[in-house]
Design a protein around this ligand. Structure first.
Ligand SMILES: C/C(=C\COP(=O)(O)O)CCC[C@H](C)CCC[C@H](C)CCCC(C)C
Ligand SMILES: Nc1ccn([C@@H]2O[C@H](COP(=O)(O)OP(=O)(O)O)[C@@H](O)[C@H]2O)c(=O)n1
Length: 307
């Protein structure tokens, strides 16, 4: 594990290298961590803190303490987010069981909230470079839960009621499973890249809202796909765009990103348009939206923000 202090996400731009993303996104670089700096030769020379071997011993002691601190921090954050995921599904199952909301709306709200709350929770993990893998463990566990219940003889009815269309256990192996795999993939891009967060904004916020608005106001159908409507697609573009901008602003305000806002709005608009067009295509029978939308978004975002 890379020994880096769980840094305040506010970077020291004059010390930290520029990110490889063209928008000058700053990254919390391990060579800018206080732990690295206090053991650097210039610091030693300036402060006369003792012989090099003494300082090497002190550095290794500090490094192992920092690594242990980050490990405990990330384990606690993982447990907290896993608990949040379980509580979210349980809450909507209870609302559905008590007929407060319909099962179809419950599923869509779980679809919208799970991913967005997951990406909003990323800052509670440590500043170590391995933190993203602890975060990715959450969708991994939920994916295994979906597979076990989708294949099992005695599936968990709470899960089925909250995330399936028709209450069939095997449905868990379709949209919901692809959904959590998309969350896992987005977590690997992590806090220092706009790509993963925009992917979740479009899949969770955009595609989720498209369903709700399309079912309610979708009388005018799209010519090349009568199963989708202009209302649904326009809603996906608008909500996906603003949720993406909101997430980029959130992570910029926490110091993880330093976006060039003069170009970011256009780039996000392009990515949102690509995701919306892909979602509207008549390919749902071949490729689930929870596969096509995140993959299209990641590719478009990579091209728009990488160069
Ligand atoms: C209903 C879901 C997907 C189906 O989508 P679609 O077919 O309607 O397009 C969502 C399934 C959610 C899953 C069971 C739970 C995922 C939890 C997530 C990994 C972590 C959330 C943490 C947060 C703090 C609540
Ligand atoms: N662009 C869109 C997307 C969905 N919808 C509406 O939402 C319903 C569900 O959409 P979907 O098949 O994408 O649902 P999921 O696969 O996202 O669960 C569609 O049958 C339409 O009634 C729409 O009108 N326009």
């Amino acid at each position: 594990m890379a020994a880096t202090l769980p840094l305040s996400p506010i970077n020291q731009p004059h010390l930290c290298p520029r990110s490889r993303f063209g928008n000058n996104a700053l990254t919390t670089h391990r060579f800018c961590s206080p732990n690295f700096l206090i053991s650097s030769p210039c610091f030693i020379g300036l402060t006369g803190m003792g012989s090099a071997s003494q300082l090497r011993a002190r550095h290794s002691l500090i490094s192992s303490a920092v690594a242990t601190n980050s490990l405990l921090h990330d384990v606690a954050a993982t447990v907290a987010v896993l608990g949040g995921a379980y509580a979210l599904v349980l809450s909507f199952e209870s609302l559905t069981k008590r007929n407060v909301i319909q099962q179809r709306l419950s599923r869509k709200l779980v679809h919208i909230l799970s991913g967005l709350l997951f990406v909003l929770a990323w800052p509670i993990f440590s500043g170590s470079s391995e933190a993203r893998y602890f975060a990715a463990f959450v969708p991994l566990v939920n994916g295994l839960r979906l597979v076990i219940n989708g294949l099992s003889v005695s599936p968990n009815s709470t899960l089925i009621k909250s995330v399936t269309r028709e209450g069939r256990p095997e449905e868990l192996l379709e949209g919901p499973l692809f959904y959590v795999l998309a969350l896992l993939m987005s977590a690997v891009f992590w806090r220092e890249s706009p790509i993963g967060m925009i992917s979740l904004a479009m899949m969770c916020g955009g595609d989720g809202i498209a369903d709700i608005m399309g079912r309610k106001f979708g009388s005018a159908k799209i010519p090349y796909n009568p199963r989708k409507s202009w209302a649904g697609s326009i809603s996906m573009f608008i909500f996906g765009f603003f949720i993406s901008i909101g997430l980029l602003y959130y992570y910029s305000s926490l110091g993880y990103l330093n976006m060039n806002w003069e170009t970011t709005f256009q780039r996000v608009a392009i990515v949102s348009m690509v995701a919306t067009v892909v979602e509207s295509l008549p390919i749902t029978d071949q490729v689930d939206d929870n596969v096509s939308v995140p993959l299209a978004t990641i590719l478009a975002a990579y091209l728009c923000f990488e160069y």
